[in-house]
Design a binder for this molecule. Structure first.
Ligand code: UD1
Ligand code: CA
Length: 473
């Protein structure tokens, strides 16, 4: 059977107390709905239908890049009503899998089990046993264990409230049958809504097979209705990603203190210290070491590279065996070749630094091309901006830049040149020579340090010194 996935995302999410529609609330930096769509896509379905309503335009525009069909549910009359909206466009011969935009940690193996049961003609629902079932629909079974109904928390008897097996909301069935059951729904319940969950009772009455797949992982079906649950799901997500990294060979100083907000690949024997934030697409090759409090996004780090505490690396390509930080800021379009050192309080942007070159202390390197074996002294700045335009700096192989130099771009420092400390370089410096700009050193003999003044003397001195000039005629 071909598969159609329906994702319910029309609810307002009142309990969020937020202007942002619930399904756009961020989990690991991406909308909840984005996570659900990603999981749906992994099943390779014939179509994905997102039922939207509340904050519709906002939801659609946030996810406009996704290959999904948008189905409007103009009025939110319940989950059953929401699925019905999508049924108009789904052929009877398809299998329908219903996912919830607010249940983001669901995984494909559980879904595949549901779809397989639906393909055999059953209505398959995903359930789980939890300690605290508050708010969830309860799974009602007959004495022989057969599933007979799902009862919403609000509608449950005190006895039913004791049941710990809850409905995840996620289910699968043949489209033709699902349509029949949905047409039989009524809204005579405490919420005055058409509950999707009532299709279970409908299927049982019609003598169709109903099966509950019980997953062992409560995390997978945790729903997000308020900010508290959002934080819980974030913590679960963090834990799952951390486990993946550890299984791939990374050592984490503390798996509870790492944030992974994207697609992170690690090689063997990577070490990541506490409070690392890794976002977007990040690749850490074998043996990379990340110090505490580092933020790395959309970057590749070559084997053996070490990043020391409190460094930020964004959209950069870093070669093998580099040393970065502590307190370095490697900004977008930085390319570091192998064995490069970028030290403390150094900022780089849109710059390429050649093999074995060092920029070790307190420097700004922007729009620059630095060759191999270059030493950029402490406090060197590439003055790349004239207030209107950005200009490039080229530093050729083997150059030595003395500390505290200003390189006023556009400017080129020829191969093997030496720049004297404290120079302001405005013209190209020739290869192999010493170039410097520096006022001559003088000594004033007989100079005396100032006397300590009392408050009155000091005030008088300030008045005299700061007196405005007489107006010009
Ligand atoms: C639902 C289930 C409950 C289950 C729980 C699991 C029903 C009646 N109840 O309850 O058995 O234990 O999920 O998390 O299905 N939505 C629409 N249109 C609507 C109403 C809701 O698209 O008219 C969407 C919401 O945006 C949300 C999802 O459906 O993504 C679930 O709705 P919600 O109101 O959160 O249902 P729960 O009370 O959590
Ligand atoms: Ca919910």
């Amino acid at each position: 059977m071909q598969l159609s996935v329906v994702i319910l995302a029309a609810g307002q999410g009142k309990r969020m107390n937020s202007d942002l529609p619930k399904v756009l609330q961020p989990l690991a930096g991406q909308p909840l709905l984005q996570h659900v769509i990603r999981t749906a896509r992994a099943l390779d379905p014939a179509g994905i239908y997102v039922v939207y309503g509340h904050g519709g335009a906002q939801v659609q525009s946030a996810l406009s890049h996704e290959p999904v069909e948008w189905i409007l549910q103009a009025e939110q009359l319940g989950t059953g009503h929401a699925v019905m909206q999508a049924m108009c466009v789904i052929p009877d011969a398809h299998c329908v899998l219903v996912l919830y935009g607010d249940v983001p940690l669901i995984r494909t193996p559980s879904l595949k089990k549901l779809v397989a049961l639906a393909d055999e003609g059953s209505l398959a629902v995903l359930s789980v046993n939890v300690d605290d079932a508050t708010g969830y629909g309860r799974v009602i079974r007959a004495a022989d264990g057969r599933l007979t109904a799902i009862v919403e928390h609000k509608d449950a008897t005190p006895e039913q409230l004791q049941i710990r097996e809850i409905n995840s909301g996620i289910m699968a069935a043949a489209a033709g049958r699902l349509r029949e059951w949905l047409l039989g729904l009524a809204s005579n319940n405490s919420a005055r809504e058409f509950y999707l969950t009532d299709v279970v009772a409908g299927a049982v009455t019609a003598n169709h097979r109903v099966e509950a797949v019980r997953t062992a992982r409560a995390a997978e079906v945790t729903g997000v209705n308020d900010k508290l649950q959002l934080a819980q799901v974030e913590a679960l997500y963090r834990r799952e990603r951390a486990e993946e990294l550890m299984l791939a060979g990374a050592t984490l100083a503390d798996p509870a203190r790492i944030d992974i907000r994207g697609d992170v690949k690690v090689g063997r024997d990577v070490f990541i210290d506490i409070n690392a934030v890794l976002s977007g697409s990040v690749e850490l090759a074998a043996g990379v070491k990340i110090g505490p409090n580092c933020i790395i996004s959309n970057s590749q780090l070559g084997a053996g590279t070490e990043v020391f505490a409190n460094s930020i690396i964004d959209h950069a390509e870093v070669g093998e065996n580099c040393r970065i930080g502590p307190f370095a800021r490697v900004r977008p379009d930085t390319v570091l070749h192998r064995d490069v050192h970028v030290g403390n309080f150094v900022e780089t942007k849109a710059s390429e630094i050649g093999v074995g070159s060092k920029v070790n202390h307190l420097s700004y390197v922007g729009d620059s091309r630095i060759g191999t074996g270059v030493n950029v002294g402490a406090g060197t700045i590439t003055c790349n901006y004239d207030g209107y335009n950005k200009w490039p700096t080229v530093i050729e192989d083997g150059v030595f830049i003395g500390s505290g130099s200003m390189l006023v771009a556009p400017v080129r420092i020829g191969a093997g040149a030496t720049i004297g400390a404290g120079s302001t370089i405005t013209e190209n410096a020739p290869a192999g020579e010493l170039t410097l700009t520096r006022a001559r050193q003088t000594t004033l003999s007989g100079w005396r340090r100032p006397d300590k003044l009392d408050d009155e003397e000091k005030a008088a001195a300030i008045d005299a010194a700061l007196k405005p000039p007489p107006p010009r005629r």
